[in-house]
Design a protein around this ligand. Sequence first.
Ligand code: ADE
Length: 221
Amino acid sequence: MRIDILTLFPELFKGVFDTSILKKATKKNLVQIFFHNIRDYSKKKNKQSDDYPYGGGPGMVLMIQPIYDCIRKLKKDRNYDEIIFFTPDAEKFNQKTANKYSLKKNLIIICGHYKGIDERIRKKIVSKEISIGDYVLTGGELPAAVFCDAIIRLIPGVLGNESSALSDSFQDDLISPPLYTRPRSFNGWKIPEILISGDKNKIDDWKEKKSIKRTKKFKKL
Ligand code: ADE
């Protein structure tokens, strides 16, 4: 998978893709991520990439020209499955959407900032708008990082044990059972005996029951 991210702040992604599982995915070449600083595509003398809104109002608005030129250049070299823009006023991201996007080949992500972006970018360039929740962040960089993490870990070969992605909370709409590791007793707090019983069937039953219980509780919230 290839992901091209258009942003004014590529440094905001530092750490996200340079650490742990996402770093391994990049090293194994299972995903390639390219950052494009929107400013670099501005035709204005001072690399200006935002301007005052027509009709007045607070805040600055990202201009269409640098984003249009950057995407035109990218599209010359390959086809893209989707051009995604993150915004709170869109369909909400969930595991089903993550599954779907983990199968894509080439994606472009546009990160907005400041007050907003020129509406023509949304209407004429973007093919999919996604929200990560009902709250407003300062820009699309954090939503983009959340989205990339959720989809990259689903690419076959990214997680050491592939079954662990499939047994995740929310896959199959069931929440994972509780997990325990060593020591068996800490401060007198013991792990459930069943987990060290060696009886695989009983352990699987216990896990399933706990998953169902957690799922029912979560759905009531
Ligand atoms: N940009 C700002 N807030 C956002 C949110 N909640 N989801 C997606 N993009 C955003």
